[in-house]
Design a protein around this ligand. Sequence first.
Ligand code: Z5A
Length: 206
Amino acid sequence: MNGKFITVEGIEGVGKTTNITYVQQLLEANGIDVVLTREPGGTPLGEAIRALLLDAQYTGMDPVCELQLMFAARAEHLARVIRPALEQGHWVLCDRFTDATYAYQGGGRGIDTGIIARLEQLVQGDFRPDLTLLLDVPVEVGLARASDRSAPDRFEQEKVDFFERVRQAYLDMAGEYDKRYRLIDASQPLEDVQLQLATVMQTLHA
Ligand code: Z5A
């Protein structure tokens, strides 16, 4: 595959949506064709699965059901969007991917990471991101930023300790996969966050 696969991760309200279009602009300014997508979602079927996953009427959804829905959407996303785009030489910029499953379903819900790894192998084989940008903020900062929005979705109804476990799982992955991960201090003002992102993206072209 010719293109690069870049994922953006972090807890609720960390600024992924705000910053991913900035990263897209940086890449496009360097003449790179970018496909911007997200998980869960990214395809018509995946977006339908996303709607089920976020729907607050399914509060209390069985964690294994949640896990399998994440990977069902991902299989479709890989087959219809991610792999074809990379094969055509585009770069794919994805708002969350499998590390979110390790963080939320593993860290947050407590599902054994060995089970997640087996599904990852089934759905992705050896396919992994080339680069993961982890936007990190203390949980209270992320939740405060996200709190302005309308009715909370099923994940947004979780308590602080859930998001603490999710954040810790991300930080653990950043330590374990330090070649792939870049840790961004997203608690800074937006201009400073974007300066950090620009510095990371520059080293990618160098
Ligand atoms: N999920 C999962 O469990 N397992 C999986 O495998 C996958 C996902 C793939 C949907 O994801 C849910 O799916 C997610 C995890 C789960 N649930 N949660 N939590 P999502 O990515 O669509 O949802 P999200 O995390 O809720 O995204 P978000 O809340 O929209 O957050 P964000 O995109 O990171 O934040 P934002 O919208 O860009 O920014 C939030 C606010 O902060 C906004 O008003 C900005 O203007 C402001 N902001 C941003 N940056 C700054 C700075 N630097 N300073 C001050 N204010 C800022």
